[in-house]
Design a protein around this ligand. Structure first.
Ligand code: ADP
Ligand code: MG
Length: 777
């Protein structure tokens, strides 16, 4: 059986793509290509800019208050000034002590002269500056006055060309405008991007730039409309104007998303569900009676909410979030049993085959005889649990399909295989989706469509999601949180191990051996499968990793970095790979006699299952793995985890990984090995990780460290986040306000008939197929 495909990333697209039937008029003025020469177009494409709209939504990355327009006669040390001057001379002097040259450019107002000083690390930089800064050229210079040997000068000021067609007054006026820096790429500087944006904006009328936000909402919030905001953001005359324009655009992003969510909610609520009230004396009660533990107060509370909702005919749409091990599965199972008691079926959708199989085992174990209807020893009030996955034999599948369609299986557990068309249910009453972050909304919908009435929906995630993120990604779901972890959960201590310290690393392996020799198990986590192959879905690139960002940042790129972050002389670090580490550990004297296995996304499902089973049984003492073990894997005897190159993982990911140990009563130890220096941001992140096991604290810290857009960006939204300005953590208030306004608009006009620009914005923001379509035209 071939390996199952990697789960698709979550999509930020509440509406399944329905190109064509949305009745939406596109805006040709914005959706056309940039009409540039091929070589130019290529450069813009490297920034993801293909259409006029892309270009207009390429907002400035940074905006600076300019200095005060000053003449050369009145310069004072320490002043932040803007000068309108001509280039008078250009000299480059090679340095003796270090590589590179000092470039001195003298500028003049016709009478006085002032030196501008730059350091150029290589001859190419000198040539570039000389070509850009020809003698006689008029420029604006922005910098802070300092002195050297008693002579006033500016060091590394920003220089911008002056449009020679402009009048003297206009040049002066513009010199005092806020300075914009756009994300740029090699061969395409901020200024050039700015110029193209301005010329495009000049050719568009306000009617070409309709506002998705209704005028009354704008008025209420004291905001300018879309066209004004767009023009102001790209051509601000004052900082205050820039800020309020940005605020209007930011609100717009939140508003469009929240309207989409509000509509989705309204749509889902419009199709009634079958009410599944609890049945006294049924299987749910029998299950509670045989639970080997007491439910936590949180489990009871959330359980009550869910029980009430599925007892009604408004389809439940609920997200259940809770720490790994907080007991979500038990809560979900109780809900499933209530549905079974009411004559319906429940489907549990897991992101991987390993997890589906694990769910099946643990649910069977929890149910005991209650899950063995029709079998010898089955209880009176009992149901059947079936597993349906892509890697089953034809016979197994046929049987499972039959039980799902015939209704004898009250609980059907599976992976994406459950979404296929030929999978039928007799009466699907509840869909439980585990680990939502691996599922797209479309899949959720596909499964829901299998019920005759709308099934109730419970989405579970172990990724702690701050409230505003939940509102943004899952705005259509009500959120319940299990905050407390069942008492008796073991302690897990985390230590940072510097990779460069051989003695500490050796000690880590000894520690692993000690644990395994006491009958426990160890995970060793690596960022890569082989030296050259990453794990599927590996997406986190730490912000402080070199080479993360190819966008430079200087109007003229005068600082000589060439726009690439990181140190080009530094070879990329070789990351720990499962296949190498397995070899290494098998040769490690401390681990002699301990069986070491491996697990990663390139292994078949059978191999994965076998590895997990061997680890559970003790046939394996150590499992070397990639992040495939991140989600849900449950081996209660696992007490130690070594995470190699720990700085390569995001905080939330580290947290998920660590959640694999300390799941039984055994105290755990997590050793995070990394070569990052003590004073680096990466080290700081690892210190936060070592300091707390509170997933919400880590999630907030994680999001706080990410750049705008990244939160819902490539990592989670499949690379097509429509958020440009909105920061889901920092902009909590904007999101809340937008949600209120959005719900009001949808209540008045659910079909958005009166709001065509809004309908269009939603379709565009949420519809990747349409997006592709637009990009092709
Ligand atoms: P989650 O799905 O949130 O990761 P699970 O439901 O799988 O958590 O629960 C983790 C473990 O804790 C399981 O072995 C489960 O049987 C156990 N468990 C759940 N609820 C309780 C409780 N209230 N008291 C003790 N153990 C519990
Ligand atoms: Mg679970």
């Amino acid at each position: 059986m071939p390996d199952e495909p990697p789960p698709p990333p979550i999509q930020l697209h509440p509406h399944a793509a329905r190109p064509g039937d949305d009745g939406i008029v596109r805006t040709p003025a914005l959706d056309r290509s940039l009409r540039l020469a091929t070589s130019e177009a290529k450069k813009f494409e490297r920034l993801g800019l293909r259409t006029v709209r892309d270009l207009l939504e390429h907002y400035p990355r940074r905006v600076a208050d300019p200095g005060t327009l000053t003449d050369l006669a009145s310069l004072r040390i320490g002043d932040h000034v803007i000068l309108i001057v001509d280039i008078a001379s250009f000299t480059a002097r090679t340095m003796r002590a270090r590589r590179g040259s000092v470039v001195t450019i003298e500028v003049t107002d016709g009478q006085r002269r002032l030196p501008l000083v730059y350091f150029a690390p290589h001859p190419g930089r000198v040539a570039y500056l000389e070509a850009r800064l020809r003698v006689g050229k008029r420029v604006t210079v922005d910098g802070v006055v300092n002195t050297k040997n008693g002579v006033l000068q500016l060091t590394h000021p920003k220089i911008a060309d002056v449009d020679s067609d402009l009048s003297e007054e206009e040049i002066e006026r513009r010199a005092t405008f806020p300075q914009l820096r756009y994300g740029q790429t090699k061969g395409l500087e901020s200024e050039k991007i700015s110029a193209l944006i301005r010329s495009q904006l000049a050719s568009l009328s306000d009617a070409d730039l309709p506002d998705p936000v209704p005028a009354d909402v704008r008025r209420e919030r004291g905001q300018v409309d879309h066209a004004t905001a767009l023009r102001t953001v790209h051509e601000p005359e004052t900082m205050a104007g820039y800020r309020s324009a940005q605020e209007a655009l930011r609100f717009e992003e939140a508003f469009v998303l929240q309207v989409a969510m509000a509509r989705r909610r309204a749509e889902a609520a419009a199709v009634p569900a079958t009410a599944r009230p609890p049945r006294p004396g049924g299987i749910a009660q029998a299950f509670d009676a045989r639970l080997p533990f007491t439910l936590t107060p949180g489990q009871v509370e959330v359980g009550t909410t869910i029980a009430q909702e599925i007892a009604g005919s408004v389809p439940m749409q609920r997200l259940l979030q809770g720490e790994v091990g907080s007991g979500k599965t038990v809560v979900a199972l109780r809900a499933m049993l209530q549905v079974v008691d009411a004559g319906g079926q429940a489907a549990l959708l897991a992101p991987t085959e390993v997890l589906a199989a694990q769910h099946e085992r643990s649910i069977r174990a929890l149910l005991g005889e209650l899950g063995e209807a029709g079998m010898l020893g089955g209880a009176d009030a009992a149901t059947r649990v079936v597993l349906l996955t892509g890697s089953q034999t034809a016979a197994q599948r046929r049987r499972a399909l039959g039980e799902a369609a015939g209704g004898s299986a009250g609980i059907v557990i599976g992976t994406h295989a459950l979404l296929q068309e030929h999978v039928q249910f007799a009466d699907l009453g509840l869909v439980v989706v585990d680990e939502q972050h691996r599922f797209g909304v479309e899949q959720r919908d596909a499964l829901r469509a299998k019920g005759r009435a709308a099934p109730h929906l419970l989405v579970m995630t172990a990724t702690p999601i701050p409230r505003t993120v939940a509102m943004t990604i899952f705005g259509d779901l009500e959120v319940s949180t299990l905050r407390d972890v069942p008492i008796g959960r073991a302690e897990v201590l985390t230590h940072l191990v510097p990779a460069g310290n051989a003695a500490w690393v050796a000690r880590a392996w000894e520690r692993v051996a000690e644990e395994v020799r006491q009958g426990r198990r160890a995970f060793v986590v690596c960022p890569r499968i082989t030296a050259t192959q990453a794990e599927a879905g590996e997406s986190f690139v730490p912000q402080d990793a070199p080479g993360r960002d190819e966008l430079g940042d200087g109007v003229l790129d005068l600082d000589g970095t060439g726009g690439t972050g990181g140190d080009p002389d530094q070879p990329p670090r070789e990351l720990a790979a499962v296949e190498d580490v397995v070899e290494l550990l098998r040769a490690e004297p401390a681990l002699a006699g301990i069986a070491i296995g491996e697990l990663h996304g390139r292994r078949s499902s059978e191999e994965k299952e076998a590895a997990m089973a061997d680890l559970a049984s003790g046939a394996l003492g150590v499992l070397v793995a990639t992040t495939v073990i991140e989600v849900g894997v449950d081996v209660p005897q696992a007490s130690v985890m070594v995470i190699l190159d720990a700085d390569r993982f995001g905080l939330s990911q580290l947290h998920q990984l660590r959640g694999r140990i300390g799941r039984g009563s055994l105290p755990g130890v997590c050793l995070a090995v990394s070569p990052v220096p003590d004073d680096s941001p990466a080290h700081e992140r690892l210190t936060v990780f070592a300091g707390t096991r509170d997933g919400f604290v880590l999630a907030e810290a994680d999001l706080g460290q990410r750049r705008e857009g990244d939160v819902l960006g490539a990592a989670q939204s499949g690379g097509s986040s429509s958020l440009r300005l909105l920061r889901v953590v920092a902009d909590a208030a904007v999101i809340e306000a937008a949600r209120g306004a959005a719900r009001a608009v949808v209540e008045r006009d659910p079909q958005l008939r009166e709001h065509p620009a809004l309908a269009e914005a939603i379709a565009r923001a949420l519809d990747p197929v349409a997006q592709e379509y637009l990009e092709r035209t």
